[in-house]
Design a protein around this ligand. Structure first.
Ligand code: URP
Ligand code: ZN
Ligand code: ZN
Length: 472
């Protein structure tokens, strides 16, 4: 009778950010207890999991998701249950979602709301970034307690003026404060004034179609805001992290900071910016609304620059920015006005398959680098390492069994997310998770989501203590 609390993963090709060998992993309860060549002698009574021919990765960490997010007059269509089931099917075993402060309210209020949304529903582990939208003397006093509670990263929006945006002074003061306390500020970098000038001009000229969203959210504006964000971070003498970076205009400033100024900056991009381009907005009718997100999809030239930066270490993480809205209902809110289309698209399920197929198999990144940018770097930057993000004795048993030979075509028909379209419809993939463990429990097995409801736990993260050297 197998001991359900022990699992013996046998004979897989184990890949971490630095290792690649064929061997066994022994899991007891929620932890990895041993790794090595032949663990049969230690595995008495364990459930045997044959892994010959499979790749064995650490569970993926998606450091940028928006589940159950009230935004632009509606709410993202996945909640913490449906969204994390989809994540697990795609090989992601932890997410960092954004608890967004409402203006006029405290950060603690937002955290309470997000804890309620997630607890008892999430099937994978979750943490929160604190998204700060109202920074004043009163709310500043909350920050030490928030960091103490394991929320050690803060997000600010340089866009969404009048809704989520904070100004440069607030941003700078937040950077100074978290520097002292062991936090890091992450930034959505776009020039809000430029956007807020262009949007009404287009609308006045009757230019209401989705393509004008892209023309209002320029790469120049993203580059300017990225430069400003990095300049503020240099002035504060503390690293920053740029979320969903899309283009050469922005990347240029990250490279400049790392090479010329030797100032540590982290950058994240997403599969959509690597694989989809601005021509999606020119699809007939209103279809382009499916890819309305901020910043928007860019050019094919930008994609090549991003791939090179991933390989060379200037971009350190891949997240999804999963923020789904149904096309047939929610996206229609902007049928006559592109500025009312809820910003965001689904993708939580597709990160590993897409990055393996279009990154590793096309020789753009190595297999070790793949693990580093999907698993290890987000864990290191955001204070979850070595509990998560790697395979090692003592780490959480978050494990992906990945069959490199399975071929799929991405389709909404087979997706587990709760959204009526897929942003990657028709994309062919080779390689897919066939088994996923979260803290030793099966979350996904033989093509089925099998996670116990509410298995996911809140992850209290360690303070930020790094430089970009640790993840390059
Ligand atoms: O368009 C996007 N990215 N929606 C989600 C919110 C954000 O800006 O990250
Ligand atoms: Zn954003
Ligand atoms: Zn986002």
């Amino acid at each position: 009778m197998p001991n359900g609390k022990m699992k013996w993963i046998r004979g897989g090709r184990i890949v971490t950010a630095t290792e690649d060998f064929t061997g066994d992993i022994l899991v007891r309860d929620e932890k990895i207890v041993a790794m090595g060549q032949d663990l049969k002698a230690m595995a008495l009574g364990a459930e045997e999991v044959p892994a010959a021919g499979l790749l064995v990765f650490p569970g993926g960490i998606d450091a940028h998701t928006h589940l159950d997010l009230p935004f632009m007059g509606t709410s993202s269509s996945d909640d913490f249950q449906t969204g994390t089931i989809a994540a697990a099917a795609g090989g992601t075993t932890s997410i960092i979602d954004f608890a967004i402060q409402s203006q006029g309210k405290s950060m603690k209020d937002a955290l309470n709301v997000w804890h309620e949304k997630a607890a008892g529903k999430a099937v994978i582990d979750y943490a929160f970034h604190m998204a700060v939208t109202d920074l004043n003397e009163r709310t500043m006093t909350e920050i030490p307690g928030i960091i103490e509670g394991g929320i050690t990263s803060f997000k600010c929006f340089m866009a969404y003026k009048g809704a989520l945006m904070v100004d440069d002074g607030q941003l700078f003061r937040l950077m100074q404060m978290v520097k002292k306390l062991g936090g890091i500020v992450t930034l959505h970098a776009e020039n809000a004034e430029l956007i807020e000038s262009l949007v009404p001009q287009f609308l006045k000229e009757g230019k209401t179609a989705p393509v004008y969203h892209e023309l209002a959210h320029t790469a120049i504006g993203e580059g300017e805001a990225t430069n400003r964000a990095i300049s503020l971070s240099r002035a504060a003498g503390h690293p920053t992290y740029i979320v969903h970076l899309t283009c050469d205009e922005a990347l240029h400033h990250v490279k400049d900071s790392l090479t010329r100024h030797r100032h540590p900056v982290f950058a994240e991009t997403c599969p959509q910016y690597l694989l989809l381009d601005r021509e999606y907005y020119e699809r007939p009718g209103f279809e382009g609304a499916k890819w309305i997100m901020s910043p928007p999809l860019r050019t094919k030239g930008d994609q090549e620059v991003l791939w090179a930066a991933l390989r060379d270490g200037f971009i350190q993480t891949i997240a999804t920015d999963h923020c789904p809205f149904d096309f047939h209902t929610q996206k229609q809110m902007g049928k006559d006005n592109f500025a009312k289309i809820p910003n965001g698209a689904p993708g939580i399920e597709n990160r590993m398959n897409l990055m393996y197929t279009y990154g590793v198999l096309q020789n753009r990144i190595s297999l070790n680098r793949f693990v580093q940018i999907l698993c290890t770097n987000p864990a290191k930057i955001f204070g979850m390492y070595p509990q998560k993000g790697t395979l090692a004795p003592g780490a959480d048993a978050d494990i992906v069994l990945f069959d490199p030979n399975v071929e799929n075509t991405i389709s909404v028909k087979t997706s587990k997310h709760r959204c009526d379209y897929s942003a990657f419809e028709g994309f062919k993939t080779k390689g897919a998770p066939v088994g996923v463990l979260g803290r030793g429990e099966w979350l996904f097995k033989d093509g089925k989501a099998v996670a116990p409801k509410g298995w996911g736990k809140f992850v209290k993260r360690a303070r930020f203590s790094g430089t970009s050297e640790m993840v390059r």
